[in-house]
Design a protein around this ligand. Structure first.
Ligand SMILES: C[S@@+](CC[C@H](N)C(=O)[O-])C[C@H]1O[C@@H](n2cnc3c(N)ncnc32)[C@H](O)[C@@H]1O
Length: 323
């Protein structure tokens, strides 16, 4: 049982770790993968041949940048370009360079839960595009929506790339999209990457590569808990496990305890017991098709105004407006 008196003084990270590890079945939120080490491992993931998502979105931006920019500047020549979960901004830079070269009046506002990711991004932008107007915002997507609301007067183009939306289950995604929709005005645009359903093996390989990079990423959450909450997880005692259900389009990552064990989290005054083969669910990576995206849009008060696909038809970016 959770002790409410203690909960009041707990950080959000502590509360969520406590709730997840005392729940049945156990879970941890994938947003906590991203500390300094996790950000670096995710860059290694993006460079893996198996992680097709990055190359596909890169391919879309390279091949359709003029049409995408035309869409961004349709009703108004000046706007705020807000990016939710910007990471290293590698793909966004294609659009930023094109916008800058076209002398378009815009300000770039990357948002990320990881201050380290934002610091690195800001530093690289200062070197690569010194004239770009940038303001970084640290926080979760939902917290930062409040800040988006305060920018009501200038047109907003909101980017949500990398199929980050796939970390949300459909009901959570609807509620999230609704909140973004509520922050939008008629002319605002919401530009989102949705990884598409494809051969199940291709999907499994992207989240379970042979060289063990995705395994290291998944286990980094245990290392982070060890470091930040004085815990004693032994990552080798857990198995990285990936599943994909082609019926629902849901890929899931787990950490599975290889043996019966006790783990102590000193800062939470908590001992967690694991049965042999007991799991911790750590991430969902939902895959989509046009029908599901239309359904999500419908339920969120959004309409699809444009869509772009890569050459392999593995991935799509959809542009939404408020209905
Ligand atoms: C999968 S990476 C994708 C990065 C980038 N959008 C791309 O496409 O390459 C997810 C990024 O979103 C950030 N992130 C994850 N969950 C978040 C949340 N709930 N709120 C804000 N940022 C989050 C992470 O720190 C990370 O930089």
């Amino acid at each position: 049982m959770q002790d409410n008196t203690r909960t009041i003084s707990m950080s959000q990270f502590e509360q969520e770790v406590y709730s997840g590890l005392t729940a049945s079945p156990k879970y941890l939120s994938s947003k906590y993968f991203y500390d300094e080490k996790g950000d670096k491992i995710f860059q290694d993931i993006m460079a893996m041949p198996e992680y097709y998502l990055t190359n596909c979105e890169y391919d879309i931006f390279e091949n359709h940048k003029s049409d995408i920019i035309k869409l961004f500047t349709q009703e108004s020549k000046s706007f705020n370009l807000i990016e939710l979960g910007a990471g290293d901004g590698k793909k966004t830079k294609i659009l930023l360079k094109h916008l800058t070269a076209s002398h378009i009046d815009f300000k770039y506002l990357p948002i990320d839960i990881s201050q380290n990711a934002l610091d690195q991004l800001e530093k690289s932008l200062q070197i690569e595009m010194p004239t770009l107007q940038t303001e970084t915002l640290q926080g979760t997507y939902l917290e930062t929506l409040e800040r988006i609301n305060s920018l009501r007067d200038t047109k907003k183009v909101i980017l949500f790339l990398g199929s980050n939306v796939g970390n949300l289950m459909h009901q959570q995604a609807v509620s999230f999209l609704q909140q973004v929709q509520e922050s939008m005005k008629e002319d605002d645009l919401f530009f989102v990457g949705f990884d598409q359903k494809k051969h199940p093996q291709t999907i499994l390989d992207a989240y379970n590569d042979k060289s063990g990079i995705t395994e290291a990423f998944n286990k980094n959450i245990l290392i982070r808990i060890n470091k930040e909450l004085k815990a004693n997880f032994i990552p080798d005692k857990f198995l990285h496990w990936e599943t994909y259900d082609p019926e629902t389009g849901t890929a899931k990552s787990f950490l599975v305890s290889k043996e019966e064990q006790l783990v102590n989290l000193q800062d939470l005054d908590l001992t967690v017991s694991f049965k042999q083969w007991e799991s911790i669910h750590t991430e969902i990576s939902q895959k989509y098709d046009d029908e599901i995206v239309s359904w999500l849009a419908d339920r969120s008060g959004l309409k699809i105004v444009a869509q772009f696909s890569d050459h392999k038809k593995y991935y799509k970016n959809y542009a939404f407006k408020k209905i």
